[in-house]
Design a protein around this ligand. Structure first.
Ligand code: NAD
Length: 297
């Protein structure tokens, strides 16, 4: 039987995720500040609510997919004060990528009200959101995850339970910090080779089966023309935006400060993506960091 689900935040990710829940037979009531986003959701079979408070009316599950920590805290604790409206036993799943400390704050407030909460940031991008093949990286109590599993399965394929509240966010940030560093150093290596007259495709092909191999050499190669399906080969359009990578690296650095961890390469990479943003490539795929490292730029 379908659940009655409230979905808050119908952007690039939330829109298709809500559509997949409706397609799976759940009754979805959704809210977004953007009229265009609401319109698209309505066309996908989602019921539109006039506010977040109206969307959660009678819902057994609440899902949010918002830009950043401040939006999530405002919704559940601040102006929105949504937690106060939820009956005990309601399941709340926040899929936004936010600061672990922020996720813990909301989860703690939820617990105090008898509301079960998971942080469940995702990996897989807009293509994964549309195809229903997202990976969920989850923090929270195991029993709560079991309750959430059928709902998550309508939007994704893989579910990783990383630990208590906030652990999903920590794991997501660790993955993206590694990704950000690996992409930048791959661009650096390719630029070095090309400056010495090497063919970037030949260099990438060798690296892709050698010890320098990674997702950056094999799938999302940052040098234009090396892989026809990579964002680099279509002017760095689509893919995972530079500004989103910059945001996630900022969260990783902030999380490191919170526990006194050293993340020298993560901090360096954060600065590279900030410079890439300043060069006018904030809206392009993050592999456009390659352009910062090309000789002559
Ligand atoms: P987005 O900006 O496209 O969507 C966010 C939506 O939230 C917007 O439609 C906005 O109008 C809405 N919103 C903001 N405040 C609101 C409020 N108070 N009430 C209702 N709606 C509100 O962002 P996105 O690309 O969908 O990303 C969402 C989250 O997922 C981010 O944390 C992002 O880092 C993460 N993420 C994104 C990707 C990706 O490829 N886009 C991949 C993985 C994770």
């Amino acid at each position: 039987a379908g659940e009655r689900i409230a979905f808050i935040g119908l952007g690039h990710m939330g829109g298709p995720m809500a559509a997949n829940l409706a397609k799976a037979g759940h009754a979805v009531a959704a809210f977004d500040l953007s009229e265009a986003a609401l319109q698209r959701a309505r066309e996908a079979g989602v019921t539109i609510a006039p506010s977040a408070a109206a969307a959660v009316e009678g819902a057994s599950v609440v899902i949010s997919m918002l830009p950043a920590s401040r939006h999530v805290e405002a919704l559940y604790l601040g102006d929105g004060d949504l937690l106060a409206r939820l009956p005990a036993g309601t399941l709340v799943i926040d899929c936004s990528t936010i600061a672990p400390a922020s996720a813990q704050r909301v989860a703690q407030a939820a617990k105090a009200r008898g509301v079960a909460m998971l942080d469940a940031p995702v990996s897989g991008g807009t293509a994964g959101a549309a195809a229903g093949t997202l990976t969920f990286i989850v923090g929270g109590e195991p029993a709560v995850l079991e309750r959430a599993r059928p709902v998550l399965s309508a939007m994704g394929r893989n579910i990783f339970h990383m630990g208590d509240a906030g652990a999903g966010q920590v794991a997501k940030l660790c993955n993206n910090m590694a990704l950000g560093v690996i992409m930048a150093v791959t661009g650096e290596a390719l630029a070095l080779g090309v400056a010495h007259g090497l063919d970037p495709a030949a260099l990438s092909g060798m690296m892709a089966v050698s010890t320098g191999r990674s997702w950056a050499t094999e799938v999302c190669n940052p040098w234009p023309g090396v892989l026809p399906n990579a964002p680099a080969s279509r002017g760095y359009s689509g893919g995972f935006g530079n500004d989103l990578m910059l945001k996630d690296l900022g969260l990783a650095v902030e999380a490191a400060l919170g526990v006194g961890a050293a993340v020298p390469l993560g901090e360096l990479a954060r600065n590279l993506y900030a410079l890439n943003q300043r060069a006018g490539r904030g809206g392009l795929d993050f592999s456009s960091v390659q352009q910062l490292l090309v000789k002559g730029e």
